[in-house]
Design a binder for this molecule. Structure first.
Ligand SMILES: *Cc1c(COP(=O)(O)O)cnc(C)c1O
Length: 356
């Protein structure tokens, strides 16, 4: 090609979770089953009456009202986009960019760093301790030294499964004069809800909470995520969003899902039960593991390298995530909670590998 790539992009390796064709896919934290049949039927009816010759409602009025009701906030506090990844991009376009800084605490969700780099936002890296908690004095001194425009938190944190403590969230919000973007993609599997916490904060305008339809709602293929934050932050995101970025189909998918919330809730409770079962099964195996508040578990096998175990599982047609090259995660694998049968197959294959 005659035009060279933007120099700051050359080193970006891209985001690739290897998608191998297997029987048991436990590598990307998706829901193991699709949305309920009643959702599909209502969706078909919605498409039939959907005026798809027209551009979508640019401000997604109905969907935002529905989400506002769900969380007990105002529609003006909600911004919807194509997955929470696009919400992150919008926040970085509006509040990051050249000469500005985003603070992340590794190990955490790779996309915070990755999208910051794409938007030419400088990344400041803090480290979590061995238990994957953020060290408050370190967080305070990084905020003081670098004054980041955006600080990313993740609760429960991907890929460790651990929730950020209320103490950390409150202290970081109180310390920074920038935005705190708290990614709650797995919030529905956790015991703590930071949208509720936000309501009690005196400095709530700095806290932005992200949610997605990709996990609990079993709709990763629909690409829908949103933020709950200050109305001014919502307006900032609207400035940088492409016109009509959120298709009518996506808006319908979200609206129909909101009418099926109780069924979805039941399913996420099933996942939590399965996660706890999986955690107990791991206790009997020679692995290090960490308490998870999400729909996945992080583990470190003690009998072989993570990559070796990853390959042995793959031979049994089970795909998990090899995180062993990520910062602070040497030797670690991440496994998504699947159906009862999938989890049993995983434990059987892992036990067999440990015995070899
Ligand atoms: C899966 C995940 C998301 C979801 O991103 P979408 O773009 O909404 O699919 C966001 N944040 C974290 C931490 C995740 O693990």
């Amino acid at each position: 090609m005659s035009v060279p790539l933007r120099p700051d992009l050359v080193e970006l390796s891209g985001y690739h979770s290897p998608q191998v064709d297997v029987e048991v896919r436990l590598n990307t934290n998706e829901a193991p089953l699709g949305p309920p049949d009643s959702w599909t039927r209502e969706m078909q009816a919605a498409i039939a009456g959907g005026d798809l010759n027209r551009y979508p409602d640019r401000s997604a009025t109905e969907l935002r009202s529905g989400l506002a009701r769900l969380h007990g906030v105002e529609p003006e506090q909600i911004f919807c986009a194509n997955g929470s990844n696009e919400v992150i991009q919008s926040l970085l376009l509006a509040y990051g960019g050249p000469g500005r800084r985003a603070l992340v605490f590794e190990p955490t969700y790779t996309m915070h760093r990755h999208i910051a780099m794409i938007t030419s936002t400088d990344v400041v890296t803090g480290r979590r301790d061995e238990g994957f908690e953020i060290d408050l004095p370190e967080a305070r001194s990084l905020i003081e030294e670098f004054s980041p425009e955006i600080t990313f938190l993740c609760s429960p944190n991907n890929p460790t499964g651990i929730s950020e403590t209320t103490e950390i969230v409150k202290a970081v919000v109180a310390q920074t004069s920038g935005l705190v973007v708290l990614d709650e993609a797995y919030g529905e599997f956790a015991s703590r809800n930071n949208i509720e916490l936000r309501k009690s904060l005196a400095d709530a305008e700095r806290l932005v909470v992200l949610r997605t339809f990709s996990k609990k709602w079993a709709m990763a293929g629909c690409r829908l995520g949103y933020l709950v934050g200050d109305a001014e932050v919502v307006r900032g995101c609207e400035l940088v969003a492409l016109p009509y970025h959120l298709s009518s189909l996506t808006q319908m998918a979200g609206l129909v899902a909101l009418r099926h919330e109780p069924e979805m809730l039941e399913r996420s409770q099933m996942i939590v039960g399965e996660r706890n079962k999986l955690a107990r099964a791991l206790e009997d195996l020679p692995v290090d593991t960490w308490p998870s508040d999400a729909n996945f578990l992080l583990l470190r096998p003690r009998w072989a390298s993570a990559h070796q175990v990853w390959e042995e599982l793959l031979k049994e047609s089970i795909l998990v995530r090899d995180c062993s090259t990520w910062p602070g995660l040497s030797g670690c694998l991440r496994v998504t909670v699947g159906t009862v049968q999938e989890n049993e197959r995983f434990i059987a294959a892992l036990s067999a590998s440990a015995r070899r």
